[in-house]
Design a protein around this ligand. Structure first.
Ligand code: ADP
Ligand code: MG
Length: 396
């Protein structure tokens, strides 16, 4: 027996699981969610590769309430996906099918995977790369908010990358279209990205509720994380972390922020405002000076005098660099052994290598020093590893 899953009347053609297998050939798993598995699949007729999100609704595995919840939320997810599809930075839903045991949602395949994986591999992103990603993210958030749609689960795991490294927002499982003046109360999302008002609301029955501002808070957390390689709010005890969020307790003190401009920090600070009414909107964030820089490639036309000035300045700078270079103390093995993390190129190497060894995000906060993992004293290594594993236990 098959049941139709319908958001509104004109859903992509929905049919039995058999129809799915007639048209598509499922391949390896490329992602997992709470109640879904995502596989690469091939269209048998065209040979084109897609991603299929398979949602398990096996009745033996779930009670009636869980079953209803999953079905309702999937209907909602499809409904929202239909409303937002066509935006260049939203994942395109191609097709969907339902049997009485599974729901299949077919999407365009994002071969480069999640922004999360890209970031963990690179550790931190440059201002320029962060600017491109944040501009696209805020544009799509602005587009959603203009339709009164709140995403509620913005995080690097739900931002996918296409072949040209353009971002595509995915996972609309918690998304919701608000009526004018409507506030939400449900506690949902991912701990590190939850906005303070969302947490307060779950603790206070008289709280007015929250709205679309929660997405801007998450954008602030994402932007901070892209640039620093670690999230703004993190503590191995989740309760402490939630308190830090509610008090808006974060800082720009780690080494990664030393070279970052005040303009970047200003934009992050405008998004990470505890009071939702004072937090900037997506449109205001896009109008921030951070996005005005390097937007138009400047074409320079130099007069002969300016050409001469530029040449002179270049020569002077080269001479200065040469003398500076001669004065620099050579890097001896002794200096390297004493404090490798203080030397910038080595710090980058340590960070990147830490990822390769551990296969996950090693640094979780300012206090944690990735270099400790490479120190020779067994106690330091042990302490660092314990902190990592405790941190991961708390997270999962
Ligand atoms: P859930 O709602 O269960 O979190 P998601 O829609 O976020 O499910 O999908 C889980 C994971 O599957 C994603 O984080 C991503 O790694 C992978 N994934 C989802 N859709 C695609 C896609 N279109 N292309 C490539 N990978 C995808
Ligand atoms: Mg997800």
């Amino acid at each position: 027996m098959t049941r139709d899953i319908r958001a509104e009347d004109d859903l992509p053609d929905s049919a039995a699981a058999l129809d799915f297998y007639k048209k598509y050939d499922p391949k390896e798993i490329i992602g997992r969610g709470v109640s879904s598995v995502v596989r690469r699949c091939l269209n048998k007729h065209t040979g084109v590769a897609y991603a299929v999100k398979i949602i398990d609704i096996t009745p033996e595995r779930l009670n009636t309430q869980q079953l209803e919840e999953i079905q309702t939320s999937t209907v909602k997810e499809i409904d929202i996906l239909k409303k937002v599809s066509g935006h260049p930075n939203v994942i395109a839903l191609i097709d969907c099918y339902q049997s009485n045991t599974f729901i299949f949602l077919i999407f365009d395949l994002m071969k480069r995977g999640e922004l999360f994986d890209y970031l963990t591999e690179k550790v931190t992103l440059s201002e320029k790369e962060s600017r491109n990603i944040m501009r696209a993210l805020l544009e799509v958030v602005d587009f959603l908010h203009k339709k009164n749609i709140v995403h509620r689960d913005l995080k690097p795991e739900n931002i996918l990358l296409d072949d040209e490294m353009n971002i595509k927002l995915s996972d609309f499982g918690f998304s919701c279209q608000l009526e004018p003046g409507e506030h939400l109360r449900e506690l949902c999302g991912t701990p590190g990205y939850l906005a303070p008002e969302l947490l307060q609301c779950s603790m206070d029955n008289f709280h007015i509720g929250y709205g679309m501002e929660v997405d801007i808070w998450a954008c602030g957390v994402i932007m901070y994380t892209l640039l620093a390689g670690s999230p703004p709010f993190w503590h191995r005890k989740q309760m402490v972390m939630l308190r830090m969020i509610m008090e808006g307790q974060y800082s720009f003190t780690s080494a990664e922020w030393e070279d970052t401009s005040d303009c970047v920090k200003d934009l992050i600070a405008r998004m990470l405002v505890v009071e939702p009414k004072l937090r900037c909107t997506a449109g205001q964030a896009l109008a921030h000076p951070f996005f005005q820089q390097y937007f138009v490639e400047e074409v320079r036309h130099f007069s002969p005098y300016r050409k001469f000035k530029v040449i002179m300045l270049t020569v002077l700078a080269s001479v200065r660099m040469y003398y500076h270079y001669r004065r620099v103390k050579p890097l001896t093995p002794d200096i390297v052994l004493r404090d490798p993390y203080a030397i910038r190129p080595l710090r980058k190497l340590i960070d990147a290598t830490a990822f390769r060894i551990y296969g996950h995000w090693v640094k979780k906060g300012v206090q944690q020093n990735r270099a400790a993992l490479f120190e020779n004293t067994p106690r330091a290594v042990l302490a660092a590893l314990t902190a990592q594993s405790e941190g991961l236990d708390d997270l999962f």
